[in-house]
Ligand binder design. Sequence first.
Ligand code: B4P
Length: 193
Amino acid sequence: MLIVFIGPPGAGKGTQCKRLIDYLKIPHLSTGDLLREARAKGNTLGQLAAQYMDQGRLVPDPLVLAMVGEKLNEPELAIGCLFDGFPRTVPQARALDEELAKRGTPLNLVLEMRADEQELIDRMLRRAALEKRADDNPQTFAHRLEVYHQQTEPLLDYYRFRGVLAMINGMGTPDEVFGRIQAAVEARRATCH
Ligand code: B4P
C-alpha cells in the first residue's frame, strides 16, 4: 500500500508511522528525518534546509523534490511506502502523483492526523525537553502551525477530491490513535482487493 500521513507539527505522524511500518512491513520515507540527517552530515542540502527548519518554514519544494526523487526510484518502494510529512504543499503532491502515475501505482490512502492545538503545544514542549530539536520552541512552533494551515491544509481538498482521504483523531494515547489508523487501513485494504 502507498499511504501518506498529513498533519500539523506534533500530530504524531512519526510516532504512528513507526507502528504502521511494523504492522504493514513496508518502507518509510520521512522528509523530516531525511532533512535532519542531511543537516547532521553538514552537506549543502543540510545547511540550506537548516535555515528554513530553524525558522519553522518549509524547505523549498525544489530542494525537497530533488531529495525525494532519488528515493522514489528505489526498487523496494514498489511494494509500498509510508510517506511521512511528504507531500506538504500542492506542488509536492502533484510531483508525487506524476511519479506514481508513471509507475502505475496510485496512492491508496491519505491519513489526516488531527489534534487540538493545546495538545500539540504540550507535546512539543515535552519533546523539546527530551530531544532539544532546534525547531521545538514556542515561537518557531507557532510559525510551523501557521505554515501548516496556509501551505499544507490545501492538500486536504486535493486528496478529498481524489477520494483517498481519511481523518484520524490524533487525541488519546498512541495505542488508541494506532487503533483508529489500523481500522482506516483495513477498511481501505478491503476495497483495494
Ligand atoms: P517533521 O519531522 O515532519 O516533524 P513534525 O511535524 O514535528 O512531527 P510529527 O507529526 O511527526 O510528530 P511526532 O510523531 O514526532 O518536520 C520538521 C520540519 O522539517 C518541518 O517544520 C519543515 O521545516 C521540514 N520539512 C519536513 N518535511 C518537509 C517537506 N515535505 N517540505 C518542506 N519542508 C519539510 O510527535 C511529536 C511528539 O509528540 C513526540 O515527542 C511524540 O512522542 C509525542 N506524541 C506523539 N503521539 C502522541 C500521543 N498520542 N500522546 C502523547 N504524545 C504523543
